[in-house]
Design a protein around this ligand. Structure first.
Ligand code: PSU
Ligand code: MN
Length: 336
């Protein structure tokens, strides 16, 4: 049986002994479907701070070869913040935790025909030896299995507008509700064309802790909407900094930490709302629905904002990867 729950719990309380056990356990279960790199295995066994990074953001969010440049850059940011990056993705049916540069290149090269792999897609990708980028949901699963405690990226999936009828709710939200082995996800909130109030309601139902970094702001702050700092919707919880983030994690819950896009790159709420309304109308008029909807809306927003949405996207990923790395470093300090 997988002892994820027990080992996960012990792991937070007694990291030295338990992470070695955990790592040994993972090591034993390395197989043709799952591979932990030597560097990450060593980092987990010796209790170094590790930050997981997902790959759907590259395979479905950025064009090649910009995505490869971004991947390298985010790994550098994690390292310069004192942590070890573990990029996670699926290559020819093998889930890799701690992808090497050539593996990332192979995944992102369009000839790999990478698909988007969330929780439900993992089994099929594995059995068909398919390559793909992992979403927050599936990256959480794979990171947990490796004993990684912190995961950073750009944006969380959510409840789509009209989701009360379509039931289009991201598996990212249910994954945050699975508390067997707690993990922190640090990202810039979720995109404003999702239904943010319902997303927060759903996370509450799932029992997921949601806390937003206040940075230097005083009092309760808004839950950020990706390109927008102030969505007009209050975050359930506010934390001051990475030390408070680590203290919250130590209590052994899965937590979604939201970090707003840096001020200089942010787009204002009214301006964004107008562009979103325009883009959603265009998608509707062109009959673009289902999974093709998001890519269509994103490229429309890029056009309408004259590239500012992409600049904001990059800035918010970078900021949250740094927050994630500092959180992993602070979490490690709590155990030494
Ligand atoms: N939001 C973004 N960029 C992304 C994603 C979401 O701003 O790249 C990706 C993430 O990998 C996220 C996934 O986990 O989309 C959610 O997809 P879905 O709604 O199909 O669960
Ligand atoms: Mn969906």
């Amino acid at each position: 049986a997988c002892q994820g729950r027990d080992v996960g719990r012990v792991n937070l309380r007694r990291p030295d002994q338990a992470t070695s056990l955990r790592a040994a356990h993972t090591l034993a279960r390395n197989n043709r479907y799952y591979r932990l790199s030597e560097e990450i295995r060593d980092a987990v066994m010796t209790n170094k701070p590790v930050v997981a990074l997902e790959t759907t953001i590259y395979t479905h969010g950025w064009p090649y070869p910009d995505n490869l440049g971004l991947a390298r850059h985010l790994e550098d940011l994690v390292r310069s913040s004192g942590a070890v990056p573990a990029t996670i993705g699926i290559l020819n049916g093998v889930a890799i935790v701690g992808m090497a540069e050539r593996e990332m290149k192979e995944l992102m090269d369009p000839t790999s025909k990478a698909i988007k792999i969330s929780r439900r897609d993992l089994a099929f990708a594995t059995s068909q030896k398919i390559s793909g980028g992992t979403t927050i949901a599936s990256t959480m699963m794979l990171a947990r299995r490796a004993g990684i405690k912190v995961f950073a990226t750009g944006g969380l999936g959510g409840v789509h507008r009209g989701g009360e009828n379509s039931m289009d709710v991201s598996a990212d939200l249910t994954e945050l509700g699975r508390s067997a082995a707690p993990i922190a996800v640090v990202a810039g909130g979720c995109k404003g064309f999702l239904d943010i109030p319902r997303t927060l309601e759903y996370l509450e139902t799932q029992g997921a802790v949601v806390a937003t970094f206040a940075d230097d702001r005083v009092g309760p702050v808004d839950f950020p909407a990706f390109w927008v700092r102030d969505s007009g919707i209050k975050s359930p919880l506010t934390i001051k900094d990475e030390m408070e983030a680590a203290a919250l994690l130590r209590t052994n819950s899965s937590v979604f930490f939201a970090g707003p896009v840096p001020e200089g790159a942010a787009i204002s709420m009214p301006e964004m709302e107008e562009m979103i309304a325009h883009a959603l109308r265009a998608a509707d008029e062109s009959g673009v629905h289902g999974s093709a909807n998001t890519p269509f809306v994103l490229s429309k927003l890029k056009e309408l904002s004259q590239g500012r949405s992409v600049i904001a996207n990059r800035a918010l990923v970078e900021a949250n990867v740094k927050r994630g790395a500092r959180t992993a470093v602070e979490l490690r300090k709590l155990f030494t």
